[in-house]
Write a protein that binds this ligand. Sequence first.
Ligand code: NAP
Ligand code: MG
Length: 522
Amino acid sequence: MTTTPVQPSAGGEASPSSVHDARERRAALALPYTRVDDVFVDGAWIPARAAGRNPVTDPATGEVWGEVPDGSAEDVDAAVHAARHAFDAGPWPRLSPSERAAYLLRIADEIESRAEDLALTNTRENGSPITETRGAAANAAGIFRYFATLAEYLEREDVRPFPFAPGQESVVRRDPVGVCALIAPWNFPINLVVIKLAPALLAGCTVVIKPASPTPLSIRFIVDAVAAAGVPAGVVNLVTGSGRMGDLLVKHRGVDKVAFTGSTPVGRRIAAACGELLRPVTLELGGKSSAIVLPDADLDAMSKVLIRSSMRNTGQTCYISTRVLAPASRYREVVDMAGAVIAAAPQGDPLDPATVFGPNATKSQFETVLGYVESGLAEGARAVTGGRAASLGGGLEDGYFVEPTVFADVIPSMRVAREEIFGPVLTILKYDDASPSRGVDEAVALANNTEFGLGGLVFSADPEAALAVADRVDTGSIGINFFASNHSAPFGGRHDSGLGTEYGIEGLGAYLTYKSIHRKAG
Ligand code: NAP
Ligand code: MG
């Protein structure tokens, strides 16, 4: 078996602006067919046990451009065994948090030096616009650097007196939870691994990473960065393969904790398995978040953040507010603004830096999103822009493109208003603001009328009014006039959007287990 490097450095500018054909652009970048036969186990890239291979497809062109091992039970066993041994007998959990933090800082530097190759690979796997994936390495590095700062928290001595028994005290230890299975989706294949990997490593855990089937290659740059930083063998392991392999990993007797980002149905199955095993689990799942537009909102300012906060990554972002709740008094203005902003945003080759909307990441996702668009039209929503599959030329004819779509006249009972679409589809609902206070109540009730509870937005010129509304929305996070995630603030979903949190000290806590040692105070 051969081990092919994931990608030679393309060098220079990713996308010569003179190139107008997707095939020519790929040829100009010398993007190779990439066959990979290995997995990363016990500190080395070794041949996979599995004989089967899964294809890697460029969703912009439909072209298969790579293949990776479709991991077997033996591959899972080998990876878990390596992680188990590194945890039980290796140096990693026994280093001080500061020593581990120094590795995290080195990993951050190593990731940044791989930024451009990582971006090209990621875009070619899932069609995320290159302007998005060019930020992935810096973002990942930032997460490692942030968690490195928490070494001080882990090292702080924690001795607590008994409240009602003088002369006795407890020493509280924050121990690593053990071997962690990290299972990620395809929409942000770097970030959604790194927000698990960085706190797990700082805590002293060892891990087995399983990326989503459509995105098995970009994550190799992170693993290479870990290896280049000198992290001991067995601490980080990577296997590729199907969801069935994810299931084997979740239930493996050598695993102590599962951290998962993905869909709500798969999350439920994982939670059920972990419940049976009494295995701690963190779940970041789907969403259907709302942007509440208060009557005093500055629509001009809103137009500048609309795509980022409501359709980021071609609508394939879990926390975005894909439901805009507009006051009746300004409904038409909001619809006109959203329609104009979305219609003006270029859709095309995600490797072209001018592209705002790319393809959907997979053929099945493309079909699902088109099904939603058709259901919206059938249920009486009005497509202000979009409303069908996009027919693009220039080598993109076989890509998975849905026209960015804005639906007006959406009512809460429609499927497009209730279910997560995960594609470039924005819905705009109306609330009655004839009475201002009842209007706010109605908007909040609409926002909360969902099984999910992940993100949200409030647009208003009045910071206090916006904060009061934000406090009433039943979600794990919400933005006022913009949305972004903050490495130091907890991020997680309520209800069907998940269990537990990532980011912040709370996110580090997901990789810790506590021990209280009681003693007589000296
Ligand atoms: P998915 O189908 O749930 O898959 C997620 C991961 O789980 C993939 O690696 C998948 O492998 C694996 N998997 C599938 N079945 C499994 C099983 N029975 N046991 C263990 N692992 C299994 O989700 P997706 O389609 O990749 O991603 C889209 C979903 O992710 C959306 O619903 C979105 O909202 C959600 N998401 C949530 C967040 C958040 O932070 N809350 C962020 C991003 C995305 P295969 O790919 O090989 O099937
Ligand atoms: Mg899936």
